[in-house]
Design a binder for this molecule. Structure first.
Ligand SMILES: Nc1ncnc2c1ncn2[C@@H]1O[C@H](COP(=O)(O)OP(=O)(O)OP(=O)(O)O)[C@@H](O)[C@H]1O
Ligand SMILES: [Mg+2]
Length: 111
């Protein structure tokens, strides 16, 4: 297996005629803390959405912990966490209810 937990080669994502990401190469080792910094609209969220399997790349290769994306996105989802930029929990549930609800859905899908 690769020495990297995240290995990205020549990643690209187009939205119609807008190229949000191009020529992105990334290699992150186990235990490394890695941050994206950049101006608004520079493609940080688009990159993370592709790295978590939520969005399909236009081109390029992504390997996360030995899994290939987007093919293995469902498997990867069991091993990663992603706190979105926008609040995405249910307002009418408490924190523990939100956690239990998501755990139940994922448990019945994959358990
Ligand atoms: N679903 C989409 N459809 C069309 N264009 C999109 C879509 N998502 C992102 N974009 C465009 O892609 C570019 C990158 O956006 P992205 O949200 O990845 O940037 P960001 O670095 O996360 O910005 P911010 O700092 O504001 O969160 C922007 O020009 C944005 O308008
Ligand atoms: Mg963003």
């Amino acid at each position: 297996m690769s020495q990297y937990v995240i290995k990205v080669t020549q990643l690209r994502r187009d939205f119609a005629d807008l190229t949000a990401i191009q020529n992105l190469d990334l290699a992150v080792e186990k235990g490394q803390i890695y941050g994206f910094l950049g101006p608004n609209g520079s493609g940080k969220t688009t990159a993370i959405r592709m790295l978590t399997g939520l969005l399909k790349p236009t081109a390029g290769d992504i390997q996360i912990m030995g899994l290939k994306l987007p093919q293995d996105a469902e498997k990867l989802r069991m091993h990663i966490g992603y706190m979105t930029q926008k609040f995405s929990l249910y307002d009418d549930l408490s924190v523990i209810e939100n956690l239990k609800f998501i755990a139940k859905i994922y448990g019945s899908l994959y358990g």
